[in-house]
Design a protein around this ligand. Structure first.
Ligand code: SF4
Length: 244
């Protein structure tokens, strides 16, 4: 009897997987249609990516549709060395069109009145200097910012729409807003995409080294960022939505 129960479980598992792959296919077709529509309107598009494992499906989808769309990676200067090596590997082995951006404010000017680096006392301002400022020239140059935020990642993100208004008259386009973790990992596995090297060490949400910690049992993945601080969202998204 046990064997029969296992066979039924496997059958339903494969059935669910097939349904999910078909749903993902529909989403990919919709993304291609959306990009084509933006292009027909004469709009210039770019993608930003933090190059985490769960960011790679969107990077791969955009690259498959149009490899000329640039992918901007904001190098805050505080990333884990593993992230920088992973970025270099993605460029070299997978041919992704990744361009690094960095802050116009050098590290020595990023100190508070006690001489401490800003992330220790004012992480919002640190994120502004190291993430928002480097992106501003790109926002002025392009019309559509493609971003991989997902509704399940935070309360702020769950309130976003698929298309929103960004600063500098940009359109913020969130094509995978409704994707679940299962869809992200089903795509990753189907396309055999690589994993960020820190995943296997227990980091499931990876940002800057000083503001990221390892997962512990029962923790929500986003709790691994800015742990112990009254900050749950990257300023890159909160400060680049036009709320007027
Ligand atoms: S995540 Fe931390 S180190 Fe990185 S820019 Fe924000 S406050 Fe600074």
């Amino acid at each position: 009897m046990e064997h029969v129960a296992q066979a039924v479980d496997l059958k339903s598992f494969f059935h669910n997987q097939m349904n999910m792959i078909s749903e993902i296919d529909d989403h990919c077709r919709q993304i291609e249609d959306d990009l084509n529509q933006f292009k027909r309107q004469g709009k210039k598009l770019f993608l930003s990516s933090s190059l985490q494992t769960h960011s790679l499906p969107l990077l791969d989808i955009i690259h498959s549709i149009d490899p000329k769309i640039p992918v901007y990676f904001i190098d805050t200067g505080y990333h884990f060395p593993e992230t920088i090596l992973f970025k270099d590997r993605l460029k070299k082995e997978y041919g992704y069109h990744i361009i690094e951006l960095s802050s116009p404010v050098n590290r020595y000017q990023q100190k508070d009145s006690d001489g401490q680096l800003l992330y220790t006392s004012d992480p919002d301002y640190c994120c502004y200097i190291n993430k928002v400022l480097p992106l501003e020239p790109i926002l002025k140059e392009y019309d559509v910012w493609i971003s991989g935020v997902r509704a399940s990642q935070s309360a702020f993100r769950s309130d976003l729409g698929k298309v929103g208004k960004g600063t500098f008259d940009t359109i913020k386009y969130h094509p995978v807003l409704e994707w679940t973790n299962q869809m992200i990992y089903a795509y990753k596995n189907a396309k055999n995409l690589p994993e960020h090297p820190l995943d296997e060490q227990g980091y499931s949400s990876i940002g800057c080294l000083p503001c990221t910690r390892k997962a512990e049992v029962g923790m929500d993945p986003r709790e691994m960022r800015w742990f112990g601080l009254n900050k749950t969202e990257c300023g890159l998204h909160t400060e680049t939505m036009d709320t007027k």
